[in-house]
Design a protein around this ligand. Sequence first.
Ligand code: ZN
Length: 132
Amino acid sequence: MHSKINIFDLIFFANYAMIIIVSGRFFKYFTRGFATAIALYPFIIVRKKELRDKPFLVYHERIHLRQQLELGIIFFYIWYLIEFLIRLISSYSFYLAYRNISFEREAYRNESNMHYLKKRKCWSFVYYLSRS
Ligand SMILES: [Zn+2]
């Protein structure tokens, strides 16, 4: 039996796709212990099993998954890196540069609002380029 899948079902699925992977090794090699969770669409990779139960952390990464989808994934990383470097030059601080990336500002600002992704408009991270 065939079930029809329309484009709206596909968009809905893509927007809510999320697979959580636990890998301590990934963080050891790729982030040198800096991060505890990373979003690589459609995956959220966490350093420890217990982190899967942290709703704000998972929601923060889900916001990143949405941002990645909106930028065709690859352009998210390119933009992320360029914005990080620009902010690093102006702040001389790795931490401040990271925290002020528009993607991070949006994710940190909204990680505790579990309804955020339902009402969020496309490319909302752009508003956070100039906001702190
Ligand atoms: Zn983040």
